[in-house]
Design a protein. Structure first.
Length: 254
């Protein structure tokens, strides 16, 4: 039996990008939501309103995407929501249900539980760090129908996808990555309220002593890149395409 085509999942920030992305080969899209002054997708951007959709612009995009036969996933994938953000999310759950979404990307169990009874397809974010059968099974019990593997997934770990034929699995194919376990890094930073605009420690300011004992302020990212203990690097999974096919991967995220 011929295996289904692996889809290409592309991010989109505004409806003006859609035609170019479709021509380039995008089969699916994921986008953020800006509502009541909050951006509900990760990572948090310094210019939230320009990197996420509102309910109104999302409805416009969904109509256009459906006419072109494209799927749309809404990313509500912050692993931690502050109390005021959580209230906004819960208040708008039913409104989200009415949208013609193909799925919602979720990064914490509380939100999975809230969405479970709404009949939406739920994609478990890479923040869940699903690398084994036990984790995938728990996510399935919480209602997830798709699991997004994280950037640090190994080829041997992909085999878990074959044990869950009723679920979809997604991998990162190309893009920036980090040597850290992203969920732990992001969660620790979210607990630090000193810099609410950003979520990752490598974007924050740190104080360091130079060799002469002087105090300097630098970004952690700059220091870490020089020390090669951390820092961002580019990832590319094109050479692993045969493994993705063999392990029933449904979608490639760029």
């Amino acid at each position: 039996m011929k295996k289904p085509k692996i889809k290409i999942l592309s991010p989109i920030s505004h409806i003006g990008e859609a035609e170019d992305l479709i021509r380039a080969g995008a089969d699916e899209f994921y986008c953020g939501l800006f509502l009541n002054g909050h951006r509900f997708s990760s990572p948090r951007s310094p210019d939230n309103s320009k990197t996420s959709f509102t309910f109104e612009t999302l409805e416009q995009f969904l109509k256009m995407a459906k006419k072109r036969g494209k799927d749309v996933f809404l990313a509500l994938n912050n692993p931690i929501y502050k109390p005021d953000e959580w209230k906004v999310v819960k208040k708008n759950l039913r409104r989200l249900k009415k949208l013609d979404l193909d799925g919602v990307i979720v990064a914490n169990f509380d939100l999975l539980e809230e969405f479970k009874g709404l009949g939406l397809n739920l994609a478990a974010s890479s923040y869940f760090e699903a690398k084994n059968e036990e984790t995938v099974r728990v996510l399935e019990e919480f209602g997830a129908t798709r699991v997004i593997f994280d950037r640090q997934i190994t080829l041997s770990d992909l085999a878990v996808a074959r044990k869950f034929p009723e679920m979809e699995f997604e991998v990162f194919i190309i893009g920036g990555a980090c040597r850290s376990i992203i969920n732990y890094c992001h969660s620790m930073a979210e607990l630090n309220k000193k810099n609410p605009r950003f979520g990752h420690l490598c974007w924050d300011k740190v104080k360091v002593l130079d060799k002469n004992g002087g105090l300097q302020k630098k970004t952690a990212e700059t220091i870490a890149a020089r020390l090669t203990t951390k820092g961002h690097y580019s990832c590319c999974g094109i050479c692993a395409l045969p493994d993705f096919v063999r392990n029933n991967i449904a979608s490639l995220k760029i």
